[in-house]
Design a protein around this ligand. Structure first.
Ligand code: PLP
Length: 428
């Protein structure tokens, strides 16, 4: 694609974009003057689909008039409510329907999945994570190790970028597994790293783990709804993600879970159980002994959080209409445009992109490292209507989301950033 740094080019790209109509299906948070902000923070909290209100109102109304009867007689009965999300969730992550379930929140699910899949033995007990894993994931892994009687010092292997580099090389993960695989029980990594935006080759890393009989689990918080996934074909053991980032289901909304077909009906796998994982036809006989549903649903604990799922349904309907393949194609162009514009910024701004340049190794997010006055840059962006986030110590993360961001958003962002070169901080 040949990009041009101009308003007219950005407008032309938007006019040619077959997905441009989806923007109107979202509320874009307004600036103080009422015009839409340049919202580039969908990697942190997705915008609200306009249809969320209708989905929520249906449930509020059914609760109002039906009370407890809503479990069976609501328009969308609450008893099997999570099932309304199964098809779209399976399509989103490239899974069979029996491999996915929506439940709980992300960190909770990581714990539940580790209880099932981290089964250390005297020889094989170590866990591999990324050096800059999301804090919650690091706490999960460290506390699970302690729970099983290991110290993180002895049993946690952090995989670092090479000296002087920012990204982790897949060949280094392979080499580590090759060298220490006999003592490693599990690898748990972010599919797209939240900080650098690096997308790992999930298939390749999973295969390398399996070579050494290491369980491969993935946190897909920054991958689900951002990149095309084929979790079943890639033979991923388990994965979990949240739904409030790229999936636009609102703050704290419910998490998605994937458990590979080969594991779902294995009775040897331990789990922390709850009544909603019990075989559906006899669940209400309230018998002793646990007879799990032989799908990922067997990991459920509680009955469905209907309001959170109602919001997610509104969003998943949009994903089904747009399709991940089309979204991913637009995403490449949009992020490619952002990269192109960032490359022509004034040198005095001293910024560099740390996200991989290869489109195969990233989703829509670009992480910009600021070598000086980073906070001033971020304040300047905020002042001119850009919503994007700052990650200590020196990174601004920018995520143009193909469902609702435009080429014009990207162009305006880059222009505002370029104008920061006129700030006194940058005049020396
Ligand atoms: C956003 C995010 C989380 C958040 O976890 P919650 O349990 O939903 O609060 C965890 N891990 C990663 C990698 C994330 O990006």
């Amino acid at each position: 694609m040949k990009y041009i740094n101009s308003y007219l080019f950005a407008k032309k790209m938007d006019a040619m974009d077959t997905l441009s109509g989806f923007r109107n299906r979202f509320h874009i948070p307004p600036q103080q003057n009422g015009t839409p902000s340049i919202y580039l923070c969908g990697n942190s909290l997705g915008c609200q689909p306009r249809s969320v209100r209708r989905f929520m109102e249906t449930e509020l109304r059914d609760w109002e008039v039906l009370g407890v009867e809503g479990h069976f007689h609501a328009k969308n009965p609450w008893m099997p409510y999570h099932e309304f999300l199964t098809g779209s969730t399976a399509r989103l992550v490239g899974a069979e329907k029996e491999e996915v379930v929506v439940m709980n929140s992300l960190t909770t699910n990581l714990h539940l999945l580790m209880i099932s899949f981290y089964r250390p033995t005297t020889q094989k007990y170590k866990i591999v994570i990324e050096s800059d894993a999301f804090p919650s994931d690091a706490y999960v892994v460290e506390s699970q190790l302690r729970y099983h009687g290991y110290s993180p010092e002895a049993a946690l292997i952090k995989i670092f970028p090479r000296k002087g580099e920012t990204l982790i090389r897949e060949e280094d993960i392979e080499a580590l597994l090759e060298k220490e695989g006999e003592s490693i029980a599990m690898l748990l990594m972010g599919g797209v790293n939240y900080y650098t935006g690096q997308l790992f080759n999930i298939k390749r890393v999973t295969a390398a783990a399996h070579q050494k009989e290491v369980i491969a689990g993935w946190d897909l918080a920054h991958a689900a709804g951002n990149v095309v996934l084929h979790l079943h074909d890639w033979d991923v053991d388990f994965a979990a993600w949240c739904s409030y980032k790229y999936l636009n289901a609102g703050p704290g909304s419910v998490s998605g879970c994937f458990i590979h077909q080969k594991h779902i009906s294995n009775p040897e796998i331990p789990r922390f159980a709850g009544w909603w994982g019990y075989e559906k036809s006899s669940r209400f006989q309230m018998q002793h002994g646990f007879n799990p549903i032989p799908t990922a649903e067997g990991w459920q604990l509680s009955n469905a959080p209907v309001f959170s799922m109602a919001a997610l349904r509104a969003s998943m309907e949009i994903f089904d209409e747009a399709g991940m393949l089309a979204l991913s194609e637009k995403s490449r162009n949009l992020t490619g445009y952002l990269e192109f514009l960032l490359q022509s910024l004034p040198d005095s701004l001293s910024v560099e992109i740390i996200t991989p340049t290869n489109p195969e190794e990233r989703g829509c997010q670009l992480s910009i490292r600021t070598l000086k006055n980073g906070k001033a840059l971020h304040n300047h962006l905020t002042q001119y209507g850009v919503i994007c986030d700052w990650r200590e110590p020196d990174v601004i993360r920018i995520a143009p989301v193909p469902l609702y961001n435009t080429f014009l958003d990207v162009w305006q962002f880059a222009r505002i950033l370029a104008n920061a070169a006129k700030l006194p901080e940058f005049q020396q």
